[in-house]
Design a protein around this ligand. Structure first.
Ligand SMILES: [Mn+2]
Length: 319
């Protein structure tokens, strides 16, 4: 999954494949350092880290929450490269201390997205257009009120930022992995999303998918108490979870996807504006109880559990 145009063979960036924030972070790092990049999901993050060879001297990891299972690979990488970790997901204090102890440079903030943190780290080295990329990340991650994002967004025309952000957000939700690998270098060259081939087409297709889901989800979702859940049909789990809250009037929306071969289920969990429960903490606790992993933010979290535990997990989440 690497992008190979005119890249510096000694610098690697591993970033989140899922959304605008992850792709923008990779694009910004690539812009400044000419790095290679790998786009990872939580499912293959450790495999991606393991694939980083000793020929690299700098490794960036962006927009990917880490837990104790990744420390081993961080330690291995630290034997031959500097490692810079840029993220905004909640991190366990013991994990943070462990990676700092082995000399990982940690750029972590809970209130700004990874794209904005990355932009801030290299601000002097970026032309003006790069700030736009960080602005897309902030809006798309719903962190435009972050202390750094707020300042940044004041500098750009709001309508243009919102337009480009939403085209990019919807396009990335619809795009294949291969498309995203081509998209990141284009973003790193500061091309406007709407001018990048197929962004508008993909965004429109995604808008149509959302329209279809709005119509279908009330019928094909299931409800337990104030929680609604539905299986993905190739759509982003987060989108489904958010839509369930709106179109089914749920307090908690859950989109899930079963990997039939591995008997593993991925879930995205979203909370309504008035929900008091911390879904990040709850997902972490319950996933652990059901032999999986989970975590995230207060109103937006995720988990990966054995498929056999799906119903039990959902029932416990409703409690
Ligand atoms: Mn993010």
């Amino acid at each position: 999954m690497s992008g190979l145009d005119e890249a510096n063979p000694k610098i690697m960036c591993v970033s989140h494949i899922k959304d605008v924030d992850g792709c923008v972070s990779a694009a910004l790092i690539k812009h400044v350092t000419k790095s290679h990049f790998l786009l990872a999901s939580y499912g293959n993050l450790n495999d991606c880290l393991r694939s980083i060879r000793t020929s690299y001297s700098s490794v960036y990891v962006c927009d990917l929450g880490i837990n104790e299972t990744m420390i081993k690979e961080f330690e291995r990488i630290r034997q031959f490269a500097e490692l810079i970790y840029i993220d905004h997901h909640p991190i366990d204090l013991a994990v943070l201390k462990a990676i700092q102890k082995i000399g990982v440079k940690v750029v972590h903030g809970r209130l700004d997205c990874a794209g904005v943190l990355t932009y801030n780290l290299f601000e002097r080295d970026f032309p003006r257009g790069a700030g736009l990329l960080a602005a897309y990340a902030a809006v798309s991650d719903r962190l435009e009120n972050g202390p750094l994002a707020k300042k940044l967004l004041r500098e750009y025309d709001r309508d243009f930022v919102l337009f480009e952000t939403m085209m990019l957000t919807y396009a990335i939700e619809k795009a294949s992995i291969d498309y995203k690998k081509k998209l990141v270098p284009k973003l790193s060259r500061l091309e406007y999303p709407h001018q990048i081939p197929d962004v508008m087409k993909l965004a429109l297709e995604q808008a149509e998918r959302v329209a279809t889901m709005r119509r279908e989800l009330p019928e094909r979702s299931k409800r337990i108490g104030n929680l609604c859940y539905a299986e993905a049909q190739g759509d982003s789990l987060g989108t489904i979870a958010n839509l369930l809250i709106e179109v089914c009037g749920a307090e908690i929306g859950v989109g899930y996807d079963n990997n039939k071969q591995k008997q593993i289920t991925d879930l995205s969990i979203r909370g309504a504006a008035n929900l008091k429960t911390d879904l990040g903490k709850k997902a972490a606790k319950l996933a652990k109880k059901f032999s999986g992993t989970g975590g995230g933010h207060r109103k937006s979290s995720g988990a990966r559990i054995p498929t056999s535990k799906l119903l039990e997990f959902i029932r416990a989440l409703n409690h």
